[in-house]
Design a protein around this ligand. Structure first.
Ligand code: NAD
Ligand code: UDP
Length: 327
């Protein structure tokens, strides 16, 4: 059912976790969606249910190369997001964030199209301010293993702001905090997918460090709602705006919750904390509440329940899957 005037909307990284949910939402709103992806971490399975739909199109393309298409709006999500994936080929990660942003901003400039950037809470690094507000400039190690992603995303934000100041582009910068849900890659090594896979397979749950580090997890449906609302804000609001669920939890609490919700008999094993792993993270979403009239609605138990159901189905369909992170 169409809710609004049909726009041609480009979603980069549209075959990924968040991108595929965004494509679902934009199509449901009646838009004409062009999904582009190089399938580095995304998969055709995430978008297969749209195959043959008249207003859905997929193009295999790497955004580090220029793209010539005609669209009205752009959501730039292309970039590996899990630490093991973005650290596998760090030079390509920076290229995707920086060259990719330049290519997509150039496209937006030619088309006079509004453009959304999927930035990240990683721009705050290991934060010295808690919870994180948008005016905090962060604490990023530019030399560390996470820098390819953190600095790439920071540079992308700079480019977005300069294209706005220099060329008058309408931009929307979202700083996304940890988001989870169905269609996460089962072996991407991110904590929610890893813990659920390990619990469902009865394997030990790998806690990095002492498990006292915190994150704040947002369910994917809440995040996609925020994307669409941010895109609809007046042109004079570029962001950045924090998007996430302020419900903060330690990794130990998360592991116990996953064991509880799956009824698993998995034990806990402790592994060294990866370098530069932020000790705490929680968004201050005052700005999002005010400008988007948005706040997350789905709590951790409910969201984890839905995600566990997804991974349980995946394991039934593909029993050969493992809980070991790839790369
Ligand atoms: P994802 O890895 O599932 O999706 C990224 C998609 O981009 C994949 O489909 C991948 O194949 C594609 N891609 C990667 N490099 C590309 C390139 N050079 N050209 C074209 N396509 C490319 O990750 P996700 O969780 O869906 O994240 C989507 C975006 O949101 C990313 O930009 C990420 O940095 C950002 N983000 C996500 C989270 C989160 O918790 N999920 C948090 C902060 C920011
Ligand atoms: N983590 C963990 N066990 C795992 C995977 C991750 O304890 O098997 C921890 C990781 O060290 C980090 C937190 O979980 O402190 C979130 O990790 P993730 O990779 O999901 O995201 P990010 O660190 O980018 O927030």
């Amino acid at each position: 059912m169409r809710e609004i005037e049909r726009k041609r909307i480009l979603v980069t990284g549209g075959a990924g976790f968040l991108g595929s949910h965004l494509c679902d939402r934009l199509l449901a709103m009646g838009h004409d969606v062009l999904c582009i992806d190089n399938f580095y971490t995304g998969s055709k399975a995430n978008i297969a249910h749209h195959h043959g739909e008249p207003f859905f199109e997929v193009l295999r393309h790497d955004i580090t190369f220029p793209l010539y298409v005609e669209v009205d709006e752009i959501y730039n999500l292309a970039c590996p997001a899990s630490p093991i994936h973005y650290q596998f080929d760090p030079v390509q990660t920076t290229k995707t964030s920086v060259h990719g942003a330049i290519n997509m901003l150039g496209l937006a400039k030619r088309l006079k199209a509004k453009i959304f950037q999927a930035s990240t809470s990683e721009v705050y690094g290991d934060p010295a301010v808690h919870p994180q507000t948008e005016d905090y400039c962060g604490n990023v190690n530019p030399l560390g293993l996470r820098a390819c992603y953190d600095e790439g995303k920071r540079c992308a934000e700079t480019l977005f702001m300069d294209y706005r100041r220099q060329h008058g582009l309408t931009i929307k910068v979202a700083r996304i905090f940890n988001t989870y849900g169905p269609r996460m890659h089962p072996n991407d090594g991110r904590v929610v997918s890893s813990f659920i896979m390990q619990a469902l397979m009865g394997e030990p749950i790998t806690i990095y460090g002492d498990g006292g580090q915190t994150r704040s997890f947002c369910y994917v449906d809440d995040m996609i709602e925020a994307f669409v609302r941010l895109m609809a804000t007046p042109d004079d609001f570029p962001g950045p705006v924090n998007l996430g669920n302020p419900e903060e939890t330690t990794m130990l609490e998360l592991a116990e919750k996953v064991i509880d919700l799956t009824g698993s008999s998995s034990s806990l094993v402790f592994r060294p904390l990866p370098s530069d792993d932020p000790l705490k993270r929680r968004p201050d979403i005052t700005l999002a509440r005010a400008r988007l009239e948005w706040q997350p609605r789905i709590g951790l138990d409910e969201g984890l329940g839905r995600t566990i159901a997804y991974f349980a189905r995946l394991l039934t369909d593909k029993p050969h899957l493992s809980a070991v992170p790839l790369h």
